[in-house]
Design a protein around this ligand. Structure first.
Ligand code: UDP
Ligand code: MG
Length: 340
């Protein structure tokens, strides 16, 4: 059996100063793989001349390098998904264009997939970023680990490799805002991570403004869970319970110390008001539950992926009918069937 082919997908947004070195180092790493490979650059609406450089690169390396040019800036994760859509490899590797992730690590990622893992993440050793970014990432990673139960340590590092079936499942999700490493976990059976080097951004500046970074974290949160909506109900129940307790306490004290002490019922009013405030939160949370379900439905994520079907029953005619459905959905022979 020939070795699985590799597609490297690189999103590029105003990275003019990095492209020449990036192309050389990535191609050298791919050549060392000793198997079929392609590199797909996705230009995410650059305005600094990166686009023209990518066009030239694709022409100079025709047959192994492709450039997809988006008409405007759609964000790193959308650009990667766009690259995934055009990829032909069995193993898909993603990489940042700013050379903070060394392309030389690609073979190590690919080897892990060969070992049988579906997703290979990477942990930046001695990460060369601003302190606030590192602290921020630490908190986010902890949150993701707790929520998803997948014990990876660096969700922000986009130097990653995926088996094709995981990518196909991701592509069949219909959500607009997504966070690829978290989404991939949903469809992977065996996930691992390897330590990789990390460099300071040598040229250019980070493409993430504070606002973009915060928006990305919201994408991550909503991609992962609707738990915050449920939190509203719990908050409401807690406030109402406390209000009932407070009311009962007032009643008892009122009998002990008399009407004078109770301040003409002002505090009783507080207890009643708090009870209704709590009830409103419960109602909001209940609405949240419905919204959460709508959110889950519109994403149309596959419910499951069939890895293999073993055995034949009732003759092949009915099974063939099922197969034609999966073919019609763009799932080819030897490909796992993705079902919504
Ligand atoms: N990027 C992109 N679109 C964007 C923002 C970033 O394609 O809207 C690319 C960017 O060119 C780089 C990668 O995503 O290849 C990571 O961006 P950056 O290095 O600026 O992020 P940081 O390292 O600061 O997290
Ligand atoms: Mg960077």
């Amino acid at each position: 059996m020939s070795a699985a082919s590799v597609t490297v997908v690189i999103p590029v947004f105003n990275e003019r100063e990095n492209i020449a070195e990036l192309v050389d180092r990535t191609i050298a790493a791919c050549r060392s793989l000793d198997r079929p490979w392609e590199v797909i650059f996705v230009d995410d609406g650059s305005r600094d001349g990166s686009t023209e450089m990518l066009v030239q690169t694709a022409a100079a390396h025709a047959g192994s390098v492709k450039a997809l040019l988006l008409n405007r800036n759609y964000g790193q994760h959308n650009a990667i998904l766009c690259g995934f859509g055009a990829a032909q490899g069995d193993i898909l590797v993603t990489l940042d264009a700013d050379l903070q992730n060394p392309p030389e690590e690609i073979p190590a990622l690919v080897r892990k997939i060969d070992e049988g893992f579906d997703v290979v993440g990477s942990v930046r050793q001695d990460r060369q970023d601003a302190l606030f970014r590192k602290v921020f990432s630490g908190v986010i990673n902890l949150m993701v680990r707790r929520t998803t139960g997948v014990r990876l340590h660096d969700y922000g590092c986009m130097l990653r490799a995926y088996r094709r079936r995981v990518v196909e499942a991701m592509l069949s999700c219909r959500e607009r805002h997504t966070f690829i490493p978290v989404l991939a976990n949903l469809f992977a059976r065996r996930v691992t991570e390897i330590p990789v080097g990390h460099s300071e951004r040598a040229r250019g500046t980070s493409k993430y403004t504070l606002l973009k970074l915060v928006n990305l974290q919201f994408d991550l949160l909503t991609c992962m869970t609707t738990a915050p909506l449920r939190l509203l109900s719990w908050l409401g129940v807690a406030v109402s319970m406390l209000a009932i307790g407070f009311g009962a306490l007032l009643l008892v004290l009122r009998f002990i110390y008399g009407a004078e002490w109770a301040g003409q019922g002002v505090f009783t009013l507080f207890a009643v008001a708090f009870f209704f405030i709590g009830a409103q939160f419960v109602a909001l949370g209940l609405m949240g539950e419905y919204i959460g379900r709508i959110h889950a439905d519109v994403r149309e994520r596959p419910r499951y992926i069939i890895d293999r079907v073993v055995g034949e029953t009732l003759g092949e005619t009915s099974v063939a009918a099922v197969d034609s459905v999966s073919v019609a959905r763009g799932v080819g022979r030897d490909r796992p069937q993705v079902r919504n």
